[in-house]
Design a protein around this ligand. Structure first.
Ligand code: SAH
Length: 427
């Protein structure tokens, strides 16, 4: 924890930095606290539980500043870096839980994988997943014991239950449970359905997903609805989304609204603009932007996500969004070549950031504003520095805490065409 003095064993030395293992804290920070979870050290899902929440938010802000300075060579004293937007209650925020079920020495275990391994750490309660998910997990454990249900053995490819997945729609309270099994056979399912539906409020669907492949992919192709419906519905902002076991949906919807709200604010739309949403996924940001834009083009590499994006737009009566399947670095230049001229470009790439060629073509199209939404401050800083070289200036940076207790940080950056550059004169 920042400010502490500690005894550390250096375990690996690189050119400019080293890795250490904490042996003993000599002078303790008052920001250090007792982790709430008993398996914090073995689980690996959370990394910052030993730091008070307000300090976690500081830590994330400084992680962003550090990357911008060190990797992006951006002087952060001349721009606005806001405090991290945190949660009022930084626990029980995940709406989706995926738990592996396995068997070790004849005993069935449900929990999480130990970091970088497939060893299952038994979990009875997780403090960052929804409370109903914790209750469902206990009911399933009881059922497994009572009826001798077998857990999946990865090495042998045998055993009934492979994974359980629980999804909850926070705005509607609807819950879905998916049981991933190794084959069609699911003994004593009636008893489980009875317990879940009588003991848990809000359950709208129980689904069996069959995955008979030896693979790390959780869900298989075949699905059987055992009880109720195959989809539930949730809202982000005013928009409605259908969620099935396979569909992508942000796992922290409360913070997602704040993230997208910031992106929309930074876009500064008046209703007249053409906007690009690169890496649009299922089109959630595109829908947010469409409220105040003339036209939004969403580009995404996964065809199923684009199918979902189109359905989401239609279901919400959005008619000014167009979705294109393909690589952003190929499809965006094609749009520009066709003569489509964006006033605003939003990018929300995966951890590895944007292709350099995409950044060059965006800069060449000369939008007045670029909004960069990032889940990795290091690649963000690298890409911002490329855009700065192309005549854009960073104005504001807003870190958002989408995953409290973990080291992850999401960032929204507002960039504007630097004053005096050719593009502004052309306008
Ligand atoms: N903006 C979306 C999703 C962002 S995640 C949301 O807020 O929900 C990043 C997305 O980029 C993923 O959906 C991933 O499939 C997609 N992607 C990865 N590489 C891509 C590429 N080269 N071109 C376009 N999309 C890509």
């Amino acid at each position: 924890v920042k400010g502490e003095k500690a005894k550390i064993k250096i375990v690996k030395v690189n050119k400019n930095f080293a890795f250490g293992k904490l042996l003993k804290v000599i002078e303790k920070s008052d920001k250090r606290c007792e982790p709430i979870c008993s398996i914090y050290k073995s689980c690996g899902g959370c990394q910052l539980q030993h730091i008070s929440y307000s300090e976690q938010l500081e830590f994330k802000k400084h992680k962003v500043i550090d990357c911008l300075e060190r990797i992006g060579k951006i002087d952060t004293s001349s721009i606005i870096v806001h405090d991290t937007i945190g949660m009022e209650n930084p626990y029980y925020y995940r709406n989706k839980v995926q738990l592996p079920v396995g068997e070790v020495n004849g005993k069935v275990k449900i929990g999480f994988y130990r970091e970088r391994s497939h060893e299952i750490i038994e979990v009875d309660k997780c403090f960052i997943q929804d409370k109903a998910a914790n209750e469902i997990m206990l009911i399933i454990k009881k059922w497994i014991e009572e009826f001798n249900i077998t857990g999946y053995n990865e090495a042998l490819g045998k055993g009934t239950l492979r994974h359980i997945m629980i999804r909850k729609a926070f705005k509607t309270g609807d819950i879905m449970l998916a049981l991933v099994t190794n084959d069609k056979n699911l003994p004593h399912k009636e008893e489980l359905i009875h317990s879940i539906t009588t003991e848990i409020k809000g359950v709208k669907g129980i689904i069996q997903n069959i995955n008979d492949k030896k693979t790390n992919v959780v869900l298989g192709k075949k699905e059987i609805i055992l009880w109720g419906k195959g989809t539930i519905q949730d809202y982000i902002g005013g928009f409605k989304f259908n969620i099935s076991p396979k569909s992508f949906f942000q796992v922290n919807p409360v913070q997602t609204e704040k993230l997208y709200g910031t992106a929309l604010k930074y876009a500064g739309l008046t209703g007249k603009e053409v906007v690009f949403d690169a890496y649009c996924g299922t089109g959630t940001i595109s829908l947010f932007l469409s409220q105040n834009a003339k036209k939004v083009y969403g580009v995404e590499i996964i065809p199923e996500a684009i199918e979902n994006a189109k359905i989401n737009a239609e279901q919400n009566g959005v008619e000014n969004a167009e979705f294109i399947v393909g690589k952003a670095e190929e499809e965006i230049p094609k749009l520009i070549e066709k003569g489509v001229k964006p006033e605003v470009v939003v990018v929300d790439p995966p951890r590895k950031g944007c292709e350099k060629s995409l950044l060059y073509s965006i800069a060449k199209a000369s939008p007045r504003t670029i909004v960069y939404v990032s889940c990795d401050p290091a690649t963000l800083a690298r890409d911002l520095s490329v855009l700065q070289g192309e005549g854009y200036k960073v104005l504001e940076v807003q870190p958002v805490d989408m995953f409290p207790e973990t080291h992850h940080v999401e960032t929204v950056v507002l960039m504007s065409k630097a004053a005096g550059s050719a593009a502004i004169f052309n306008r």
